[in-house]
Write a protein that binds this ligand. Sequence first.
Ligand code: AMP
Length: 220
Amino acid sequence: MEGIRVVLLGPPGAGKGTQAKLLRQKFDACQISTGDLLREAVQEKTPLGEKAAEYIERGALVPDDLMVDLVANRLQESDCLRGFILDGFPRTVAQAQSLDRMLDTLGTGLQAVFSVQVPRETIIERLSGRRTCQGCGAIYHRTFSPSKAGSTCERCNAPLYQREDDREETVQKRLVVYDSQTAPLVDYYRERGILREIDGVGTTEDVRDRMVRALGERGA
Ligand code: AMP
């Protein structure tokens, strides 16, 4: 497998989804945003969607076996041969170990893991104003990056909505889950020498440029 092979790691609201889209455009690779895939499955009422809905609603993690199957299938699609950007997966050490095995089977490995860092106040501010497009999944912010079309998406015209799990109580729960289950992955990848810490504050382009530089400078 050629091309970019990265994981975006960070708490909800770090900007992973936005950056995943920018990196996909820059590197023409496949974007695997597990939260988006799950929300689509819920909308379409697939068997995965029916199982995942209650976990997402509570701000809890969907069981590892379901997530590993979802990603393993997606990684085998042809667009991923040009590289991949994983956003929101892995989220547990068990998922990270499964990912290592999957990539090993495909004869490849991770190039870098970006740990995107933002202060907690910024997270709350970003999530409370986040608006998501029902059609194409584009991400806006009520104040910081509003859609030029108002309450519809400036790209595809579908209505924007506030994610159910962006309500304040659920956000607090998701942060607790992040600290206990996902934050340990920072050490997991640091020990493997592929962790790159990225300052997630600034314009979306600034943050993207930091990631691109981190890939180049360290020869990762
Ligand atoms: P996200 O869009 O990445 O914030 O994900 C939204 C929700 O989807 C999470 O709060 C989880 O309930 C679920 N989810 C997404 N990715 C994963 C994953 N890798 N493992 C378990 N649950 C996940």
